[in-house]
Design a protein around this ligand. Structure first.
Ligand SMILES: NC(=O)c1ccc[n+]([C@@H]2O[C@H](COP(=O)([O-])OP(=O)(O)OC[C@H]3O[C@@H](n4cnc5c(N)ncnc54)[C@H](OP(=O)(O)O)[C@@H]3O)[C@@H](O)[C@H]2O)c1
Length: 227
């Protein structure tokens, strides 16, 4: 049985990954802030452990580590904060808004990983951070979020360098038709973007199956391999 923790698992990509890994008999620990959304997910995945809370809250991270126990095979840092919707130029992104983005997208995964590294080592486990092309491209309005994803990519590379025996991947899932994507493009028709289940999830699963060396990858590159 593969023990897996997914943050931000109550919607979008995180929920789609949880559903897919449940069919592969992963023992799931799933988290998100909204208890009602988690309750709905529990009805669908009754065997999963669901813990409501904010990844930016140290008490919630401690509760997750307790739920994980001594061994963890797979840690997926998926929860993320986009910032204001509509997006604003960097000069208009307030310091407090930038601090919140960094808190959720960088500080929280760093702190949660630190808590869980012993459990990951015991299982020779894998860390996945969900990245974005905004980590390496420069788009107007995406500066705060993009900087946070660039920092998260850097954390993943450092975990790999510091922890032989644990794999660490930064994975760009590509554009997906989700609430976050709609918030980035308010009022726009995003129906041409694929659902998480269409490209990102099969790509991430294929990557995990192939177990390439630690590094930064695009989910779409692995989806194409499985076609
Ligand atoms: N959608 C895209 O086009 C796209 C492209 C590139 C990368 N990504 C990345 O893909 C990942 C998933 O994004 P998505 O589009 O699926 O987003 P989404 O539909 O908005 O889902 C985000 C999930 O994270 C949870 N969440 C948000 N903030 C949280 C927090 N502070 N603590 C705990 N849970 C939190 C949300 O639930 P609650 O609100 O209940 O907490 C929800 O379950 C993110 O890392 C995102 O940056 C997305």
């Amino acid at each position: 049985m593969t023990r897996t923790l997914i943050t931000g698992a109550s919607a979008g990509l995180g929920r789609a990954l949880g559903r897919a890994l449940a069919t592969r008999r992963h023992e799931l620990i799933l988290t998100g802030r909204d208890p009602a959304r988690l309750a709905a997910l529990h009805a669908e995945l009754p065997e999963a452990t669901l813990i409501a809370g904010d990844v930016a809250d140290p008490a919630h991270r401690a509760a997750l580590a307790t739920a994980v126990g001594p061994e963890l095979d797979l840690l997926i840092h998926n929860a993320s904060l986009l910032g204001p919707s509509p997006l604003v130029p960097l000069e208009r992104l307030g310091s407090e808004q930038l601090r919140q983005i960094l808190e959720v997208n960088v500080v929280a995964p760093a702190a949660l990983t630190a808590l869980l590294l012993p459990a990951l080592h015991r299982a020779a486990g894998t860390i996945v951070t969900i990245s974005s092309d905004a980590a390496i491209e420069h788009y107007a309005g995406w500066g705060g979020y993009g900087a946070s994803k660039a920092a998260l990519d850097h954390l993943a590379g450092t975990w790999a360098a510091e922890n032989p025996g644990v794999r660490a991947y930064a994975i760009d899932p590509g554009d997906m038709r989700t609430a976050m994507h709609q918030a980035a493009f308010p009022g726009e028709d995003i129906s041409d973007r694929p659902l998480p289940e269409e490209i990102a999830v099969p790509g991430i699963l294929a990557l995990l199956d192939n177990a390439p060396p630690s590094g930064r990858y695009r989910a779409a590159d692995f989806t194409e391999e499985t076609r």
